[in-house]
Design a protein around this ligand. Structure first.
Ligand code: PRP
Length: 209
């Protein structure tokens, strides 16, 4: 049986909100998570390690079994697919909304609306469902700049407090999806029937109920 259990965590806000949940389930990093440059951290459990990843990479590590568990946003699962692992629980943390946003009272779009986003698949499907033709512009961050610099008419981005939008003179228009973080589990890890792993999954799922 594989000895170590690896939990892949999404760095940023999800990581901050995952740590108290892991602590409640009895697992805490023993290395200074805020300051260390290490990406694979030891915990108070000899057999559990935490991997700190970009969200888009968490499903890949779990799918290939390099990580047994992952904590990742619903946005990532919908954008990049959720095949090859189980979704064990909605952890209810890092809640936010995926929204369209833009410049308030901007003049009506003539021709095809140009939409900038990191979430090209979700955005394409959303506008296709509405029967609206768009031109997609793929960006990797700082989406709020796109309408300000005339790169796009709209953005599709995550909105939590709304502070980033308002600081950049933008307003939210339409909610596309409600987002929260999910616990995902490698299929083979489940089949190993490691009672410690199963209990750990169960306690994380129960904590979020
Ligand atoms: C997200 C998102 C917005 C911001 C929204 O970015 O892309 O920019 O948070 O939060 P708010 O509504 O509370 O202002 P994040 O900080 O996660 O960084 P990212 O650009 O790397 O996604």
């Amino acid at each position: 049986m594989k000895k170590n259990i690896v939990v892949a965590l999404t760095k940023g806000r999800i990581l901050k909100e995952s740590l108290p949940l892991l602590a409640d389930a009895g697992v805490e990093p023993v290395e200074p998570i805020d300051t260390t440059r290490k990406l694979l951290l030891k915990t108070n459990h000899q057999d559990i390690k935490l991997a700190i990843l970009r969200g888009a990479d968490v499903p890949t590590y779990v799918r290939y079994g390099s990580a047994d568990l992952g904590i990742v946003g619903r946005d990532i699962l919908l954008e990049y697919g959720s095949e090859g692992f189980y979704e064990a629980a909605d952890l209810g943390i890092a809640s936010c909304r995926l929204m369209t946003a833009g410049i308030p009272n901007s003049s009506p779009h003539v021709g095809t609306v140009r939409v900038a986003t990191k979430f090209v698949n979700i955005t394409r499907e959303h506008f296709a469902r509405k029967g609206k033709q768009i031109e997609l512009v793929k960006l990797y961050g700082a989406l709020e700049l796109a309408p300000l610099m005339n790169l796009a008419d709209l953005i599709v981005d995550l909105v939590d407090t709304g502070d980033t939008l308002s600081a950049n003179g933008l307003v939210p228009f339409e909610e596309i999806l409600a987002i929260s973080s999910r616990l995902i589990v490698n299929k083979a890890s489940i089949r190993q029937n490691n009672s410690f792993l199963l209990k750990f999954i169960d306690s994380l799922a129960k904590l979020s109920e």
